[in-house]
Design a protein around this ligand. Structure first.
Ligand code: GCW
Length: 720
């Protein structure tokens, strides 16, 4: 009887622990046993032991990861050796090590910098070995995670000759995390930074956060909100930040902070924060020196200034350049950088919001210190489901412009919609600005190659919180993953990144991959269709931005919806052509001409740049009205298609995550219907045209949808 109870208890424990293991916490770093017997045999043959040729905190981290990964992947232990004893040794070291010198790997690493790596399978002393080599330990760590990824995705380890060097220098997550642990536009719980318990309590999660980021090459974390709180710059918080920095350092991750521009006034009661005031400049120089005493490898500051109520140099009749350069001067001796955000707009400026950042920043081209990057959102309005690339890209050749993408889905369904954002990121990165003729892509602007800048950056507003699966939606992890992979190499395709992620996250079952991959690849277009098709934008609910609000009007025009869609009895859309706001003229000629022409403008941007009559004939031959309605209905139908696809995987995905995604897709379908019905019925009050035959009629009246209210929708900025 006792034996039976023990057996049952064991089985229950195993079932629970495997389920817990699949609650998404492991992200893509799931080192389960290789299911392909042929590959498992090869890996076991190639990886009998591993040799770390030197010691350091990062090498210790590598040792820990291998100890975690190899037994799991291979189903058997792997011994740590101190020389090449037999076939199947993995050697991790620098090319200058005596044992590796004969291979002349340094030649491959000449342009690899401190983060690049090579992986080669070769023979050494007549023994078959795999070597991971790099100029610095960070490169070795990235190389180890790359090798583990190859195994997790069942790649062949025979004849490896890999050289990988990041295309972008600063690859950073921006956490819009507040010190009270709320997360602005965060939909995955609270901030993972437990400020109250830091510095003495180091949550294991900080290490897992660092592992996850290092595995995708992210080397920077801004741990505070750009709507900044000066408190984080005081000693009580700097020692907390230092504790995080100590955890991140071996993983090659530097910490950055958001600098509240009037901190001298808020912390030390200065009369002014004028960047040209010598006392203020000294305050920042002293503050930065103090920060470096706590964090010797502090990365620098991100600044949101004179935007949405944040203080900045303009409060003192100074310019963005004055403000950025003051901070840059303070940081320069310590090797720190300033990432100054170009997200500025003001309803008192009588001009199209779309044009204001360009007009404010282009005049400063060439005025900024060499450790200043201007951080530019992918589009000129605000992280919409689709935006044409920001006209600033290519317009400031003397200034390193860095990208700011949004990983958290503020305008793309929060953490309830499955939306794979790599297609959005790539659409922007691959866009041709024509700044220096054809091929002047946004990617080449931000990696510095178009204008010869030595510093470059890409930032992503994080979607991370205290939820067990980190991102709220299991598929939100794919967006964190894709951001990191594209920041390392913007030439990767959205598809290959998605396939990597699926294999590492859900396994190598080809049916699972061939079902999920197409879902991910069309998911962003699906969301565009049921939210803001054909170039519509900024139609969300006011403040919380949850759900549809095409009717939002009143208050600041640029915070309403009617300001953007301009629907009337004649038609719909924002005229940004030369006869409208003339925003098109901020683009380089070939682009401006295309966007300016009603016929040539790509239909996905049509209502972004044009006010179009309801009966305008689209390329499909349909009227604009019918095309718009069909887009909204196609969006909902496609969500239902995703539901059907996902449900076919019931016996191929672990029950816990299968049911999570199934429930979230059900919510997504409801919310897609809400968006479709609200927008179609609202725009119909202007077009006065019928919903085309054969389409299901909206379940409720427009009045019903307009009366819906969501006072506690998540992620809203706290009123402090
Ligand atoms: O998208 C808007 C958000 C704000 C955010 C702002 C910004 C941090 O609604 O919550 O503030 O952009 O990018 O600064």
């Amino acid at each position: 009887m006792i034996r039976k109870c023990v057996l049952i208890a064991l089985l229950v424990f195993m079932a629970v622990s495997s389920t817990l293991a699949e609650d998404g916490y492991r992200l893509w770093l799931r080192y389960d046993k290789i299911t392909d017997s042929g590959k498992l045999k090869q890996y076991r043959e190639y990886l009998k032991g591993y040799w770390l040729t030197h010691d350091s905190p990062t090498m210790q981290v590598i040792d820990d990861e291998l100890q975690m990964a190899l037994p799991g992947l291979l189903g058997s232990g792997v011994t740590k050796v101190s020389s090449v004893t037999n076939n199947g040794t993995l050697i991790i070291g620098k090319p200058s090590h005596p044992a590796l010198q004969s291979l002349n790997l340094g030649a491959h690493l000449q342009n690899a910098g401190t983060e690049g790596f090579v992986i080669t399978s070769t023979t050494l002393n007549k023994k078959k070995v795999i070597i991971i080599a790099a100029n610095e330990d960070a490169g070795l760590l990235y190389g180890v995670f790359h090798l583990l990824k190859l195994m997790q995705t069942h790649k062949d380890l025979k004849d490896l000759t890999i050289t990988s060097v990041p295309k972008i220098k600063y690859r950073i997550l921006n956490h819009w995390d507040n010190l009270d642990r709320t997360v602005e536009r965060g939909y995955a719980g609270f901030s993972i930074w437990d400020w109250h318990k830091l510095p003495d309590y180091i949550d294991p999660r900080y290490r897992d956060y660092a592992r996850a980021n290092a595995s995708i090459g992210i080397n920077g974390a801004v741990v505070t909100n750009v709507n900044a709180n000066a408190l984080v710059l005081t000693p009580a918080y700097l020692e907390k930040v230092a504790a995080l920095a100590n955890v991140f350092r071996p993983y090659g991750i530097r910490i950055y902070l958001t600098a509240r521009f009037n901190a001298p006034m808020e912390i030390d009661k200065y009369e002014t924060a004028d960047p040209l005031d010598p006392k203020v400049r000294k305050w920042w120089a002293d503050k930065v020196t103090e920060i470096y005493r706590y964090i010797p490898d502090f990365g620098g500051f991100v600044v949101k200034a004179n935007s949405e109520g944040q203080p900045g140099p303009q409060n003192y009749n100074r310019t963005h350049a004055d403000g950025a350069n003051m901070l840059a001067e303070a940081l320069k001796p310590h090797g720190g950088i300033v990432m100054w955000r170009a997200f500025v707009y003001d309803d008192k400026v009588p001009d199209d919001r779309h044009k204001q950042a360009y007009n404010e920043f282009v005049p400063h081209d060439g005025q900024l210190k060499d450790n200043v990057l201007i951080q530019v959102k992918n589009g000129a309005i605000d992280f919409q489901p689709r935006e044409p690339f920001h006209p600033l890209f290519g317009a400031m050749p003397k200034t390193p412009l860095m990208m700011e993408f949004q990983i958290t889905q503020e305008y793309l369904g929060f953490a309830t919609h499955l939306v794979y954002l790599a297609t959005l990121f790539k659409e922007c990165l691959d866009a041709d600005t024509y700044a220096k003729g054809p091929g002047s892509t946004v990617a080449k602007v931000i990696d510095g190659s178009l204008d010869g800048h030595s510093i470059s950056g890409m930032a992503g507003v994080a979607n991370i919180g205290t939820d067990r699966n980190w991102c709220g939606h299991p598929f939100g992890q794919a967006n964190w993953y894709a951001f990191g992979r594209l920041a390392w190499d913007h030439q990767l395709s959205a598809e290959e990144i998605a396939e990597e992620w699926i294999r590492m996250t859900f396994g190598n079952d080809e049916i699972v991959i061939s079902t999920i991959l197409p879902m991910m690849m069309v998911s962003r277009e699906i969301t565009v269709n049921y939210m803001t098709p054909l170039g519509l934008h900024h139609l969300m609910g006011r403040n919380h931005h949850y759900g549809p609000g095409p009717w939002v009007d009143g208050g600041r025009p640029d915070w309403t919806s009617v300001y953007y869609h301009r629907a009337d009895s004649m038609g719909i859309g924002f005229d940004r052509t030369t006869s409208g706001s003339d925003a098109v003229s901020q683009y380089f000629p070939p682009v401006a001409e295309t966007f300016n022409s009603l016929e040539k403008c790509p239909e996905e941007y049509l209502l972004w740049f044009h006010h179009v009559p309801w009966d305008y004939k689209m390329k499909s031959g349909e009227t604009l009205w019918n095309a718009l309605v069909h887009k909204y209905y196609a969006g909902v139908d496609s969500v239902r298609w995703m539901q059907r696809m996902w449900n076919t995987l019931e016996n191929r995905i672990d029950p816990y995550r299968f049911s999570q995604v199934k429930m979230l897709l059900n919510i997504q379908e409801k919310e897609a219907v809400l968006w479709r019905n609200s927008c179609v019925l609202y725009f119909q009050t202007f077009s006065r045209r019928p919903i085309p035959e054969g389409l299901e009629k909206p379940e409720h009246s427009l009045d019903y949808y307009m009366k819906l209210s969501f006072p506690y929708a998540p992620g809203i900025r706290p009123r402090w």
